[in-house]
Design a protein around this ligand. Structure first.
Ligand SMILES: O=P(O)(O)OC[C@H]1O[C@](O)(COP(=O)(O)O)[C@@H](O)[C@@H]1O
Ligand SMILES: [Mg+2]
Ligand SMILES: [Mg+2]
Length: 357
């Protein structure tokens, strides 16, 4: 159904800007360039095999992961859509080891853009939802080329964050620090329209997401949490839990923003050289800002992820996020290993006595 009363992304951003009298428009211009990149990636994803974009390349990225054709194409689309605008002092991408140099002789702006051009790459060839994730920081030295160290800012300093999900419909979900809003791409009109204003995560949930193939590497607090969920009504939680795993951080985030839930990709013992699977700067921080802006909680497992001081551009970290009651419980299991047991035992016993299983 078409209505001329629909709010476009541009109108939404102009409205946000009215509240900031000092705004120059550079910020909105940058976000619109990012949206433009997401539209182009959405088109490539939707055409799939018809556009010859599926499959692997021979190359690997800085993480040693084999690059997919779409990883590299999405990266190029992001660069081309954003680096001429004059709003940026530098960019960091999952696919590039060092910060990306802006075109020579071109104006340098006051923002830094950090992005994962294509998230959930393992899903491309099986036609399951993938996405793009981005984060905007202030450049410490506006007007100059940014150095690596300029990007090493804790997530609480982000001025905007968001993702695009390329699913049955393409959506852009965005925060500029004043709640979270979701926009759906009308592929005929070619514009994003506000369809999900003021997204809020339910405080409680009975749904968790974790890659259980790593169970033998989990640390005790994570094992305890999952065991209690799996024990269901007859266990200490006294309730049945559902489980999901899409292997696409954007898609897991979107589900949790829409209906609640908790996601865990915790630090584990699989590879002692890696402190987790997901990358702090362009996965955990932007998703963390969205989750917290929607009333959820984003954690390393033992503390707020947005408070972590990054040490390297491609640093990995444990990540737990979603409905705040569950994330706080997981944090308690990490910081006070005996927490909950005493308080829950009587409850468990009374449930066992009075509930029928
Ligand atoms: O394959 P695993 O171990 O389940 O990991 C899945 C995770 O890896 C990722 O795909 C990593 O992202 P990239 O595809 O951008 O490398 C996340 O989206 C997802 O949460
Ligand atoms: Mg990713
Ligand atoms: Mg990626």
């Amino acid at each position: 159904m078409f209505s001329i009363e629909r709010t476009t992304l541009t109108e939404y951003l102009i409205d946000q800007r009215r509240r900031h009298p000092d705004a120059t428009g550079e910020f909105n211009a940058l976000l619109l360039q990012v949206a433009q990149a997401c539209k182009a990636i959405s088109r490539a994803v939707a055409h799939g095999a018809l556009a010859g974009v599926l499959g692997n390349l021979d190359s690997s990225n800085v993480q040693g992961e084999t690059q997919k054709k779409l990883d590299v194409l999405a990266d190029e689309i992001f660069l081309r859509a954003t680096h001429w605008g004059g709003d940026l002092a530098g960019m960091v991408s999952e696919e590039n080891e060092a910060p990306i140099a802006l075109p020579p002789g071109h104006e340098r702006g006051k923002y830094l853009l950090v992005f994962d051009p294509l998230d959930g790459s393992s899903n491309i060839d099986v036609n399951v939802s993938v996405g793009s994730i981005f984060s905007v920081l202030r450049a410490p030295t506006p007007g100059c080329d940014a150095a690596s160290a300029d990007f090493l800012q804790p997530g609480c300093r982000q001025v905007a964050a968001g993702y695009a999900i390329y699913g049955p419909s393409t959506m852009l979900v965005l925060t500029v620090g004043d709640g979270v809003a979701g926009f759906t791409l009308d592929p005929i009109v070619g514009d994003f329209f506000l369809t999900h204003p003021e997204i809020r995560i339910p405080a409680a949930t009975r749904e968790f997401a974790i890659n259980a193939s790593n169970a033998r590497f989990w640390e005790a607090p994570v094992r305890r949490y999952v065991d209690e969920c799996l024990a269901g009504r007859s266990g200490p939680r006294g309730e049945d839990f559902n489980m999901r795993w899409i292997a696409s951080l954007v898609a897991e985030t979107h589900r949790i923003l829409m209906r609640g839930g908790v996601f865990l990709y915790p630090r584990d013992r699989k590879d002692p050289s890696k402190a987790g699977r997901l990358r702090l700067l362009y996965e955990c921080n932007p998703i963390g800002m969205l989750i917290e802006q929607a009333g959820g909680r984003a954690s390393t497992g033992s503390g707020a992820v947005l408070a972590v001081q990054p040490e390297t551009l491609h640093q990995r970290i444990g990540f737990v996020f979603g409905s705040p009651e569950e994330v706080e419980r997981i944090e308690r299991y990490h910081t006070e290993p005996d927490a909950g047991t005493d308080a829950e035992l009587p409850l468990f016993h009374s449930r066992s006595l009075f509930l029928q299983h």
